[in-house]
Design a protein around this ligand. Structure first.
Ligand code: ANZ
Length: 862
């Protein structure tokens, strides 16, 4: 008996699929029923593919294969988010150029992905670090510049004084440099920004059009942080200085409870220009704040710091005079950078008031939820609230608020706004800031800007794109953009623009590269396809980042699979680019990703996050070389629901290997049995067809199809296991249990999960008697291009029952009996007699007939 040899099988089919370009040529010219499946753009890290990649890639691959078999035009591309810090840091350490490191890493990834049989259309392959890609990233920059959506202004960056370099937020850990541990400071640099805030409302509203996990949508909304509130004018003064300033508040109903004002350090510093003299304490405090990141300032309700400025402010509604403090928990970039302190109702203000001994005046009696309804608090319930027994609303009815006493919060805000219309204005505030895209880094797309001798910025003209990344650069952290060291870049600019002109030395944030890659894929695929036929791409496809006609057919993306971490910004940026390009007339849709789901994390066998330091990392290559890629795929899909975090269990991997081996042996023996039957009877018609098994098969086909659509891959596999157990059980008693057609149906539903094994068995069943080699490509009919099997509804509803028929206690056949006839003894007995096989044994007198309804008939003959 032949043994399951996954390594040999997989190598062969990988080669055949590649040589026959089985999954290529997918963008086509006519597209009837498209399905664009997108896998999150991956950074080709030096450590290669990990088991987490295998999980999400396999899940999408199953969808791709299943949908192809169901007649969809599937587009399933792949590419690399190839610019980025790790390769550059490696270059700083070793001197190896990032392009080399990246190329090597991509090669490793490509080989590994092919090994696990992901049916990507490899013609689509793009790398953001390739000039043919980044020329279009730069082109989009130029478009944004042209429309006034790319602009330059001073901005604060994280700066490590010891490494002399700018750090990304992720590189600052508790205020310290991740590399050397020095205290990170904030430094002001001229930076380029994209005006994403122009789309802030649309970025919220557009979420109504997509099918995304709710928490992901919420994260987008929170990041944009739309908050409706009021601006209130306060007069600020001391004996030498006077000024009117505005605060931003979302709780105008608490205005009678204001007992102080707080100004952000940066804001009070700017008042010096209006003639304010700062006390040494205040100046010192402003200096101290410079060392803090925004993140540091947001945290901690308790350890609030601040200084009394000696100024006072007049509350416009009750003319009360309150002290003005400077404190860093108020951020300069949000609202107006000035806050009215209401310590009785705001936790942050409360902490501050406790520390500085400031008055707390309660001005809103909160409503309370009793039996599901909001009620006003009275003395009795107030006690329960204090005991922590009841949930309260922050809103309620006003007290200690003069004429507004007893008014409900929302109503009070309206009344206060109209009565004090000179000082109070309704306003909407957003947390979203414009997107800072300048990076003082090497391994990224150069910002396509040059400066004239007066320092005025000009866009590089389109004919000079790609604006190439120079190679004569040293990888040493000098505190300056590495491109400053390039002689070639300087000379290029002077040659093209004239003496005294200088280049922009910064590169773009790599998030820019990944904000439009999905728009490029169809065009890249088409171009590559033409190239393989020695044809040239259409001119129009060469003049824009993408062929607009092709994108009309393929976009938006129908299904996006991406990890749940670090996606907030990527999704916002990609949506912003889509809307911008739509407004420029290049796209006709508003949202790029219609449906999105997240995969869970694969944990180590110790149930902890895999990490090298914990020594719990599973290497997919090792699993493959032991058990084959099909086992790895099926195991990872079987681990549990795709969206859940799941620990690796080495023993279960072996179980999956056994499951696949069982399928292999059962199929091979069925094929051999069929062959010998054909030889002996010359007819295939009545080859074994166990009705019970047929029923299980049809149910399996139905459920597996439904489960795939619902991304319930683990339960689909469980169903197939049940089927195989049934098959084996029946097969132990009888030799032939499945017809060729049924066998084929099963192999087809197995195909998306274990593509190599399914292909091998499909070919062996006789669809391709000859061994497929690269030279008979035309004859190759792959299981992956077969129609998905149809299940028969009659087989699924329990309308009939299979009854075993014995003669003298030996099983000689079976009959199918309609459910309403199972108890009809005469009917069942006569049906049993008519069965061909049974009839052969009914020689002589029938002495006794045993009848167990729905189960068994036994004829005792003498
Ligand atoms: C008085 C008040 C009373 C407030 C109360 C809240 C609760 P969201 O909802 O996040 O927009 N705030 C305003 N500008 C700020 C700044 N630059 N830095 C830090 N805090 C600032 O938050 C708006 C609330 O945050 C505003 O409403 C203000 O405090 C504070 F019971 O005003 B509130």
């Amino acid at each position: 008996m032949a043994e399951y040899n996954p390594i040999k099988i997989e190598q062969n089919w990988q080669k055949v699929w590649e040589e026959t370009r089985l999954f290529q040529g997918t963008v086509g010219s006519t597209v009837k029923d498209k399905l664009y499946l997108l896998f999150a753009f991956a950074y080709p890290s030096g450590s290669g593919l990990h088991v987490g990649h295998v999980e999400s890639k396999t899940a999408l691959d199953i969808l791709a294969r299943y949908n192809r078999m169901n007649g969809k035009d599937v587009f399933f591309p792949v590419g690399w988010d190839a610019f980025g810090l790790p390769a550059e840091n490696y270059a700083i350490k070793t001197g190896v150029h990032p392009s080399e490191t990246t190329k090597k890493a991509i090669n490793t990834f490509r080989t590994q992905i092919k090994r696990i049989g992901i049916s990507y259309d490899w013609d689509s392959e793009i790398a953001t670090s390739h000039p043919e890609y980044y020329r279009w990233t730069q082109w989009i920059f130029l478009k944004l510049f042209e429309k006034g959506l790319a602009y330059k202004k001073p901005g604060m960056v994280n700066w490590c004084p010891s490494c002399q370099t700018v750090l990304a937020n992720e590189q600052v850990v508790s205020g310290e440099c991740e590399r050397c541990g020095s205290k990170v400071v904030q430094k002001s640099l001229e930076q380029w920004y994209f005006r994403i805030t122009d789309y802030k409302d649309e970025l919220i509203e557009g979420l109504d059009k997509v099918d995304w996990p709710k928490p992901t949508e919420d994260q987008q909304v929170n990041w944009i942080g739309r908050s409706e509130g009021h601006h209130v004018k306060f007069k600020i003064q001391n004996d030498k200085f006077q000024k009117e300033t505005e605060v931003f508040t979302t709780r105008l109903d608490t205005i009678f409870g204001v007992s102080f004002l707080v100004v952000a350090p940066e804001v009070i510093a700017s008042w010096v220009g209006d003639g304010l003299e700062l006390s040494p304490e205040v100046s010192n405090y402003i200096e101290q704040t410079k060392g803090k990141t925004e993140e540091d300032r947001r945290i901690g309700e308790k350890d609030k710091t601040g200084v009394d400025t000696g100024l006072t402010a007049i509350n416009p509604v009750n003319k009360k005079e309150v002290p003005v403090y400077v404190a860093d928990y108020v951020l300069a970039g949000y609202g107006t950078g000035v806050v009215m302190g209401v310590p009785a109702h705001d936790g942050r203000d409360g902490g501050f008031a406790d520390k500085f001994g400031l008055e707390k005046i309660s001005v809103v009696m909160p409503d309370v939820k009793i039996d599901g309804e909001w009620k006003v608090v009275d003395e009795e319930v107030n006690k329960q609230i204090l005991d922590g027994k009841l949930v309260t609303n922050v809103y309620g009815r006003l007290v200690n608020s003069g004429e507004f006493n007893d008014t409900e919060s929302q109503e009070a805000m309206k009344l206060i706004t109209s009565k004090f219309s000179d000082s109070v204005k309704v306003t909407v505030n957003y947390k979203l800031r414009d997107w800072l895209i300048s990076r003082q880094r090497y391994w990224g797309a150069p910002i396509p800007v040059v400066y004239d001798p007066d320092g005025v910025a000009h866009p590089v003209s389109e004919e000079h794109l790609p604006w190439e990344l120079p190679v004569d650069v040293e990888f040493k952290p000098t505190g300056e953009s590495p491109l400053r060291g390039s002689k070639e870049l300087k000379e290029r600019v002077e040659r093209l623009y004239g003496t005294g002109w200088t280049p922009e030395y910064d590169t773009m944030d790599t998030f820019v590269d990944s904000s439009w890659y999905f728009l490029r894929y169809p065009t890249k695929t088409k171009n590559e396809e033409l190239r393989t036929k020695n044809l040239k791409p259409k001119k129009s496809a060469m003049e824009l980042p993408f062929d607009t006609e092709l994108n009309k057919k393929w976009l938006p993306v129908d299904f996006y699979m991406i990890g749940p971490e670090h996606i907030v910004l990527h999704l916002l940026y990609a949506r912003f680019f889509t809307k911008f390009l739509r407004d420029c007339g290049y796209l006709e849709f508003d949202e790029p990703f219609m449906k999105m789901r997240h995969q869970g994390m694969i944990l180590g066998p110790d149930h902890k996050k895999m990490s090298k330091s914990k020594g719990n990392v599973i290497d997919p290559d090792e699993v493959i070389s032991k058990f084959g890629a099909d086992t790895l795929r099926v195991y990872e899909m079987f681990m549990g629901p795709i969206e859940a975090d799941k620990p690796w269990e080495p023993r279960s991997v072996v179980g999956i290997y056994r499951f696949l081996s069982k399928i292999y042996t059962l199929t091979i023996s069925a094929i051999e049995e069929h062959k010998s039957q054909i030889q002996s009877t010359k007819s295939q018609t009545n080859l074994g067809n166990d009705q019970n098994l047929k029923r299980v098969l049809h149910k399996t086909i139905k459920v597996v199809g439904e489960d795939i659509v619902n991304l319930k891959f683990n339960t689909a596999i469980a169903r197939m296991m049940e089927f195989v157990n049934e098959w084996q059980k029946i097969g132990n008693n009888k030799k032939e249990v499945m017809s060729n057609a049924d066998l084929e149906s099963f192999i087809k539903i197995l195909a998306p999960f274990a593509p190599f094994l399914a292909e091998e068995l499909w070919q062996k069943i006789g669809n391709n008697e000859k061994e497929v080699m690269s030279n008979d490509k035309q004859q190759f009919v792959s299981v992956h291009m077969q129609p998905w099997p149809v299940w028969n509804p009659e087989m699924i509803t329990e309308q009939s029952v299979i009854v075993a028929v014995q003669v003298n206690g030996k099983l000689r056949g079976q009959v199918e009996v309609a459910s309403d006839k199972v108890a009809d003894r005469d009917f069942v007995l006569s049906l049993a007699r008519k069965n061909e096989n049974v009839a052969k044994w009914l020689v002589g007198d029938v002495k006794k007939e045993v009848f167990i309804p729905g189960k068994l008939v036994n004829f005792v003959v003498v």
